[in-house]
Write a protein that binds this ligand. Sequence first.
Ligand code: B12
Ligand code: SF4
Ligand code: SF4
Length: 238
Amino acid sequence: MAPKRVTSDEIARRVDASGLASRGVARAGGGADLPHGVATLALVGFAGARGWGAFAASPEAHDGAPDPLDRWSRRVIGALADALGARAFFPFGGPPHWPFQRWALAAGGVHPSPLGLLIDDVFGLWHSYRGALGFADAIAAPAARASRSPCEDCRGRPCLSACPVGAFTGEGFDAKACRSWLSGGQGGDCLTGGCLARRACPVGAEHRQGAEQAAFHLRAFARAGRGRTWPLASARRA
Ligand code: B12
Ligand code: SF4
Ligand code: SF4
């Protein structure tokens, strides 16, 4: 007997039950450079408060071992992939990195912002990706809701002037300046409430991270990396 074909409803139902958020579907031929053999790619992540609670209640969040969020993502999204007959892909673990932001742009519903993060007209800058489920079959799914970039009509672009060390230069993100501030004893506001540049954005303000989540991400960011300046995609292409 032929294996049962998975439907987009079943994918959404299982993702929902895992505590994560469905973050759109990219298709081969739809402008996304999908991995070889993948015809449909369902993105999975955090959106507003959704996702963080499931992680915070997990054993990984409390076991004291390194990289708890990445280990949790591998376990939960790996199990989803097994149950649905998909391959799991993750945004971490590189380089090389899977191009999650390009996949997300191809899936639709999000737009580039001057900070380098993608913006969602509902969740603003408060969403991210924890993994993706790759299917060999073309699976029918509703198209992403059409939306316009909130940045197009944004007066004054407050996100670009809110960082105390000017880490967002318009041409790139100065990760070294940000990390020095966070680890130098002065970055308290960012470490306890989250990145001031992200918080300056008025879109989706009600979906901002809580103190625990903001502190987790920024402490992880301050600890990791080599402190280089990363070019924006637009600068990289120029
Ligand atoms: C390397 C990396 C970084 C580097 C450099 C970013 C860069 N310029 O490329 C550093 C360490 C600086 C960084 C920082 C952050 N990052 Co980062 N990062 C990545 C990672 C792992 C790879 C990016 C990449 O090279 N991809 C490969 C290319 C081929 O893929 P791409 O889709 O075409 O690449 C896009 C990005 O490079 C992007 N880009 C360009 N300039 C910038 C600048 C910034 C600050 C960001 C975030 C993205 C970005 O534009 C490209 C085209 O769309 C991605 C995950 C992933 N696998 O994509 C996360 C990712 C881009 N980061 C993300 C986030 C949230 C952050 C942070 C806000 C930290 C955090 N965890 O909360 C910070 C910013 C620090 C702060 N003060 O808040 C999210 C963005 C979600 C979104 N809404 O768009 C991603 C997708 C991870 C995720 N799990 O969701 N990041
Ligand atoms: S503050 Fe304005 S320009 Fe900056 S990310 Fe938000 S909507 Fe876009
Ligand atoms: S965390 Fe603070 S220092 Fe780093 S980019 Fe955001 S506002 Fe700037």
